[in-house]
Every structure is written in C-alpha cells, then in structure tokens.
Design a protein around this ligand. Structure first.
Ligand SMILES: *Cc1c(COP(=O)(O)O)cnc(C)c1O
Length: 370
C-alpha cells in the first residue's frame, strides 16, 4: 500500500524530459545541452532524474559535490562526463580522479595541485577551469587568468576539458552585466583556445540560454528550467511544470464566531467560515513566509492559507467551496499546474529554486513516467 497520509509529491519525469528536449532545440548548432543535477536534482531525486535525461541524450552532467558525483557515476556508468562545480576537496584528489570525475578548479594553486598529484599517481586528470567574468564568486580573477595563460608548462601538463564561467544576472535580460560578462568570457575563451584548442567553453545556465546564441558556446548548463522554474521571469513560462504536491486534510472545522487562527493569533477567521487543517508544514519545506499570503488549490479554486504555517500543518480557509465539495474534500494541492513553483516563491519572498530544494522528505514520492 502506498502511504499518502504524509502528503503526496508527484514528480513528472516526462515533463523533465520534455523540458530538456525543448532547451536542446533552442541551442545554437553545435552546442551540447548538459544538465545540472546538483542538490539531488534540485530536490526532485537525482537517481530518477539523471537516467531520464540520459535517455534523452544528455552526456554532460554537473553536480555540486564529489559525493554527488560518485553517486551519479554509480547510477549512469562510465559513458557520461560528470563535472563537480565546487572543485575537489583537499586530500580527495585521487578518489576524484579514480572515479573519473572532472573537478572545476578556481585557483592556480588548485590546478597545480591537481595536475601534480594525479601525475604522481599516473592517473589521467581531466579538469574544468572556472574564470570569474564578473560575478565575483568562484573563479580565477583576471590577474590569475593572465598568469595561467603565461604558464605554458602548466597549460601543457593540465588536461583542461572545459573553461566555464557563471552569469550573475541572466534572469534579467536587459541587465548590462550580461553583455559585460559575455565579452569578458569570450575574450578569455579565445585566448585560452589559441593555446589549448581542445578546450570547450560553457557559460549559460537556464536563463543564459534565453539571452541568445552568443551565450551558448559549446556546452549549456541548465538546471532550474529542466525542473519547471521560469527561466525568463515576468514573461509566460515556456517550461512545463514538473511537480504537484497534495496535502491530506486532517481536520475540517466550522468557525461560529470570529476567531484568530494559529501561532501568534496573526489572522482572524470570519464568523461562519470553514477551515481545513492540512498535514504538511515548514518542516516539510512549505516555506513559513507564505503564512497569510500563499494559497492552495482544490475543486478548481484557490483557497487562501490563513494564519502562520506550523511545523507540521498548514490551515486553509475553504469557505469558498460548495457544501458538497467541502464535504468530499480530502486533500489540498499547494503546487501544481495552477500554482507553480514561481508563484509559490513569490508568496514566500524567495525564488523557485528554493521552493524545489526545500521539498521535504516525509511525503510519499510518486514518479510519473509518461
Ligand atoms: C547551479 C548552477 C547552474 C544551473 O543554474 P540554473 O539557473 O539552475 O539553470 C549552472 N552553472 C553553475 C556554475 C551552477 O552553480
């Protein structure tokens, strides 16, 4: 028996596959579409999502950590390239090289270490190098990049597969930072490629794909758009939603006179209203900031969340339902086609990425394959 009493999280693998193919079609000729499956595929389950993408032809996977990379290698075998976006842990270089994982290195010292340690162990040592084109997070600074270009010995001994950089403002198409980073990355790429012609270039995340072909280079690295987050906020979402979350109702109650609801008594239920308390709270990733602002969906209607969200439960005002619908009501959806991750993020004062990666682990997870 499937146990839905803790909530039902439906994850549509077919929609994820469709989103991957959709993004692939948007890319310039010759650009490969990779996939970012870090943080357990943004909370949706890497062991289900990665093989789905593999079947669509994806062969370049990006994860955040070495542990994620090792797990993914176990899932997908040796036929794929796995890039670790946050480099290699000090002392873990040999494990990383033996698993055939490609660390993204962002200082010259890391690059020298990687080359030296792997050479001593006679292991091949493919790597990616990240340059900072203007985000000021990870990456070789302009000065360090110059030093790399001048260090021919290092360049000859390092097996650099990919030069990558990350955009800070890709979801704001008109932001001048995009053009600035594009120029900086393009120039760096051309210079490195004149010395190491095999190096592939990668700049675009999901939103970067929608900035136009100039941003595509050799490999795109979408994550969020695969999972249904709108890559171009403020315009209709071209991606398919991939998740639905249904919370079972554990109590319905009639409120005979006006009365406050939940912790802090922050909101009043009107006299004559009906409330439903659903299983699922902030411990399940229902972001607490949605309290009194967000909404659920049932019987073709939106139902407001009333009062603060508790650790294990959320209360909805279901007065808008007909008597018959109210009586038969057993669950309320808080994510679906009508209530997207982007909309929920807006109520919660955050972004779709956080809504997805917060999804809890008490729900029953159902994977839809077609
Ligand atoms: C997470 C991440 C991505 C994917 O970004 P999305 O906006 O989710 O498409 C790409 N590149 C790097 C370096 C990342 O950290």
């Amino acid at each position: 028996m499937n146990d839905f009493r803790e909530g039902l999280l439906s994850i549509n693998l077919q929609s994820i596959a469709d989103n991957y193919l959709d993004l692939t079609r948007r890319l310039a000729d010759g650009t490969r579409c990779g996939a970012v499956v870090k943080a357990d595929a943004y909370g949706l389950g890497m062991t289900q999502v990665a093989p789905t993408l593999f079947r669509q032809g994806c062969r370049d996977f990006f994860v955040a950590t070495q542990a994620e990379g090792e797990r993914l290698r176990g899932e997908l075998g040796d036929d794929v390239r796995i890039v670790i976006l946050t480099g290699v842990r000090n002392g873990a270089e040999l494990e990383c090289a033996r698993a055939g994982l490609i660390p993204t290195l962002f200082t010259l010292e890391q690059l020298r270490n990687w080359v030296e340690i792997c050479a001593r162990a006679e292991l091949s040592a493919p790597c990616a190098v990240k340059m900072d084109s203007g985000m000021t997070r990870l990456g070789l600074s302009e000065e360090e990049f110059e030093l790399l270009l001048r260090d021919r010995q290092l360049l000859n001994s390092a097996d650099i597969h990919i030069l990558l950089s990350h955009l800070a403002c890709a979801d704001e198409p008109l932001h001048p930072q995009n053009d600035y980073q594009l120029r900086s990355f393009k120039e760096a790429g051309e210079r490195l490629r004149s010395l190491c012609p095999e190096v592939q270039l990668s700049l675009a995340n999901s939103s970067g794909i929608f900035l136009g072909e100039d941003y595509h280079f050799d490999i795109a690295r979408p994550g969020s758009a695969l999972y249904g987050v709108n890559p171009v906020p403020g315009t209709p979402n071209l991606m398919r939603p991939t998740v639905a979350l249904s919370l079972p109702i554990v109590q319905k109650r009639f409120v005979s006179r006006e009365q406050s609801v939940g912790y802090g008594a922050t909101q009043q239920a009107a006299a004559g209203s009906w409330l439903a308390v659903a299983r699922g709270g902030y411990a399940d990733g229902i972001i607490r900031a949605q309290g009194g602002r967000g909404r659920g969906w049932a019987c073709g209607r939106y139902l407001p969340i009333i009062g603060r969200i508790s650790m294990d439960s959320t209360t909805f005002d279901i007065s808008a339902l007909s008597d018959q619908d109210r009586e038969s009501l057993q669950s309320i959806e808080i994510l679906n086609k009508e209530l997207t991750v982007d909309e929920v993020a807006e109520y919660a004062g955050t972004i779709g990425y956080e809504v997805l990666t917060s999804l809890g682990h008490r729900y029953f997870r159902r994977y839809i394959k077609s």
